[in-house]
Design a protein around this ligand. Structure first.
Ligand code: HEC
Length: 220
């Protein structure tokens, strides 16, 4: 922390012991100190981590009750794709007529790109976004409307050792007031369906960004 925050530390030493100081210090690693940082964030997975399947630093963050906190900055994560199953193509009654904007936390993406596997700690978020306009200057199509809801799947084979593949599923409710912690879903309501996915409970074949990352890993 000292390394990253020389200027900030200098400023806060004047205020040491105050609540304000701890507020400033809690900015470490959140991007608040971008201007003073001299090191890139650690995203490279070491050989030991890769070989042992050790946990990487991920987007998963739990409160004292062990509940999953909603990540604050997920729209800055790696965006892997936006499948859409519109009503028009599903007899007017699609199960999920929205776009599914899918993100993975950057450290887990880096691990996947190195190993071709989802490490313990991986968080994949799916934010549903309504179909808005169907007409733009570029032509007819499906264009994104408003945020609708937010869901997550988190892999942790120790914490969720009772779940298939170590994946637990969560919902954060409806936009715009997403819950601060995720509601844990029953295995049969989400994971049972995901057990049919092409790779480790994730439908990776629908995300070219993940396909390319996998290719990078296996081409080594
Ligand atoms: C009917 C089967 C089915 C059910 C039930 C289901 N999913 Fe999915 N889910 C999919 C499919 C298929 C995709 C990928 C294509 C898409 O999004 O349309 C997906 C994508 C996802 C993704 C993005 C990562 C991935 O695997 O592609 C997340 C996160 C996700 N679902 C969470 C959930 C949660 C949370 C629940 C329970 C509330 C749930 N899913 C229930 C079929 C299902």
């Amino acid at each position: 922390m000292m390394r990253h925050n020389r200027n900030l530390m200098g400023a806060t030493s004047l205020l040491a012991g105050t609540a304000f100081a701890s507020l400033l210090l809690s900015g470490c690693g959140t991007g608040a100190n971008t201007g003073t940082s001299t090191e890139a964030p650690k995203t490279k997975v070491t050989a030991a981590e890769r070989d042992s399947g050790m946990k990487v630093k991920s987007g998963a963050n739990y409160n004292e009750q062990g509940e999953l906190r909603r990540p604050q900055d997920y729209r800055e994560w790696v965006f892997v794709g936006a499948p859409v199953t519109p009503n028009d193509l599903n007899d007017g009654k699609a199960a999920f007529p929205e776009f599914h904007n899918v993100y993975i936390d950057p450290a887990s993406y880096a691990a996947y790109k190195q190993t071709g596997k989802f490490a313990d700690g991986t968080v994949i978020l799916k934010e549903l976004v309504s179909v808005g306009s169907k007409r733009m200057d570029s032509g007819n199509g499906y264009f994104q409307g408003e945020f609708v809801s937010l869901e997550a799947m988190v892999k942790d084979s120790r914490r969720f050792d009772d779940e298939p593949g170590g994946w637990a599923f969560f919902r954060f409710g409806e936009a715009p007031d997403y819950a601060t912690v995720g509601t844990r879903m029953k295995t049969e309501s989400c994971n049972a369906c995901h057990s049919g996915a092409n790779e480790d409970y994730v439908f990776t074949h629908t995300y070219p960004v993940l396909r390319a990352a996998k290719h990078a890993a296996t081409a080594k």
